[in-house]
Design a protein around this ligand. Structure first.
Ligand SMILES: *[C@@H]1O[C@H](CO)[C@@H](O)[C@H](O)[C@H]1NC(C)=O
Ligand SMILES: *[C@@H]1O[C@H](CO)[C@@H](O)[C@H](O)[C@H]1NC(C)=O
Ligand SMILES: *[C@@H]1O[C@H](CO)[C@@H](O)[C@H](O)[C@H]1NC(C)=O
Ligand SMILES: *[C@@H]1O[C@H](CO)[C@@H](O)[C@H](O)[C@H]1NC(C)=O
Length: 479
């Protein structure tokens, strides 16, 4: 089918099924672009893995996108926060994600989905890439594609995350990641109604950062099925606390490095937690004119887990209390000039990708091989016929709007009337200009960057674990 015909078919299908939907996103040179309005999309996102890696429980039929009530709660809060994208790390492609995907779609929030999981056989093993690049593994990644390809708010797929986590892991793995990307892109071309971008999420190992980016953005001439990345995500934690600057955080180095990127580059994780509560001043740099070469980023992470990066505390009974970080981030997002950030596309020149060649690679140990491994035997059949027994998702009507569980703000006061507000057809969510993290009425107030002493005590308690929850509830009663 021609691209136009496929697009038209997809349009008709989506019009029949839903009241409103976000527009699909395409990659055009170094930008994410709304395929219908041609406007640039700046990713304003959060990483979403409630329960941490442990929240992925396929044996119990659960992952981060299986409980509609939980998604309703979190989508309502994220909508107020002002984000337009989530990243979800681990999904089980045998489960239905229709309710959650439809809720996020309704509020104008895109999803970037990792095709892997922490379980054996469900990701590339960095210590044994050739042994773990198997037909069974690839079939699972295709099931993830089948599961998410029909949602208009699926922005892209991560082929892998931080496989190269030090210089030692950079010699054998890169060709395998390109192989996985080639296979995913072939599968998407054969079985999805639109082109869904595929890219890599890199660890910020500075010695090999330029090599990673170049290795994945370069074009192999004459390649039959393109293994290059459509985008490059960087997990970056170099801006720590309110005293950091563009220079001390090394953002100047990133801008110089990515200045002539030929694929969109964004932070797939950011938000150093060495100074707490986090004040997120890097937001003004990231979305400001100096960094317009980048396409935004996703804050790590929505929920408070063992690693201590949460914007909210999710209690065992499903109730929530916002942390100071939520209000602080909301204030920063409210200050972004979206018009300015998204207009930056008009002056950008589309660049031709560099041709893959060992001269692009500078670190001695990093792979200089662009000899991409052949696909495992049997893969061609799977790509032609489609993967067996795939569970295909589709958008469903979103009927419930009101969040049923209690949500407390940072001061412990109940946020009443919390609900999702569907955005108009074709629009994505934007920061509202209001601070709702520290004020129950939802009117614009400055969340005090220095928390009140009781809130600070709660924060400290939370870091200590369960005690924090008790303190938070006690504070709610007192306030
Ligand atoms: C930039 O966005 C405008 C709409 O705001 C659009 O008309 C234009 O085509 C876009 N440019 C590129 C290079 O995508
Ligand atoms: C969804 O999550 C809520 C809140 O944690 C819980 O009460 C409910 O039982 C869950 N629903 C299912 C079907 O697991
Ligand atoms: C945002 O940027 C645009 C384009 O430069 C400008 O016209 C507008 O005044 C800015 N808005 C604010 C609130 O500063
Ligand atoms: C990007 O800039 C670097 C340094 O200026 C240069 O070596 C490289 O060839 C450029 N790449 C492209 C694709 O233009």
């Amino acid at each position: 089918m021609s691209f136009l015909l496929r697009t038209a078919t997809a349009l008709l299908a989506s019009c029949a099924a839903v009241v409103s939907a976000v527009n699909p996103i395409e990659v055009r040179s170094q930008n994410f672009v709304d395929a219908r309005t041609n406007e640039r999309l700046m990713i304003i996102g959060v990483d979403y893995q409630p329960g941490g890696q442990g929240g992925y429980k396929p044996q119990e039929g659960q992952d981060a996108l299986t409980n509609g009530t939980v998604c309703l709660r979190d989508a309502a809060l994220m909508q107020r926060l002002g984000v337009n994208t989530i990243r979800v790390y681990n999904v089980d492609p045998t489960l239905s994600h229709d309710e959650c995907a439809s809720i996020f779609n309704a509020v104008g929030i895109y999803m970037i989905i990792d095709v892997n999981s922490p379980f054996g056989g469900e990701s590339l093993d960095r210590s044994n890439p050739s042994g773990s690049y198997t037909l069974g593994y690839l079939e699972r990644t295709f099931r993830v594609v089948e599961n998410f390809k029909n949602y208009p708010n699926t922005l892209g797929f991560f082929s892998a995350n931080e496989v190269m986590n030090d210089v030692g892991t950079s010699s054998d793995n890169p060709p395998y990641i390109r192989a996985i990307q080639r296979d995913l892109k072939r599968y998407i071309a054969a079985h999805a109604d639109r082109t869904i971008p595929v890219g890599y999420s890199a660890a910020d190992v500075r010695e090999i950062l330029a090599d990673q980016w170049n290795y994945f953005q370069c074009a192999i001439s004459g390649e039959r099925a393109d293994s290059r990345s459509d985008f490059f995500g960087l997990n970056s934690y170099s801006w720590c606390g309110g005293d950091a600057t563009f220079q001390t955080a090394g953002y100047n180095v990133l801008v110089e490095l990515f200045g002539n990127t030929t694929v969109p580059v964004f932070f797939s994780e950011y938000g150093c937690n060495e100074v707490q509560p986090r004040v997120f001043e890097e937001v003004q740099a990231l979305y400001g004119p100096e960094m317009s070469v980048m396409s935004g980023g996703l804050v790590y992470e929505y929920s408070q887990e063992e690693s201590d990066y949460g914007l909210v505390v999710v209690n065992a009974d499903g109730t929530i209390r916002l942390r100071q970080d939520f209000g602080n981030l909301q204030d920063q997002l409210n200050r972004i000039n979206i018009t300015l950030a998204q207009a930056a596309n008009s002056t950008a020149t589309a660049l031709t990708p560099p041709v893959c060649d060992e001269s692009l690679i500078t670190f001695p140990q990093f792979s200089k091989s662009f000899d991409i491994p052949d696909a495992p035997e049997g893969l061609d059949d799977v790509i032609s016929n489609g993967v067996r027994d795939a569970v295909q998702g589709s958008i469903v009507d979103v009927t419930a709007r009101r969040v049923p569980m209690a949500v407390l703000d940072v001061n412990g006061a109940s946020i009443d009337g919390l609900e999702i507000v569907p955005v108009p057809q074709g629009e994505s969510n934007t920061p509202s200009g209001e601070n709702t993290g520290g004020d129950a009425s939802g009117t614009a107030t400055e969340a005090a960057p220095s928390a009140t002493s009781s809130a600070a005590a709660v924060e400290n308690g939370v870091r200590a674990g369960f005690l924090g929850v008790a303190l938070g509830l006690a504070a709610a009663v007192v306030v």
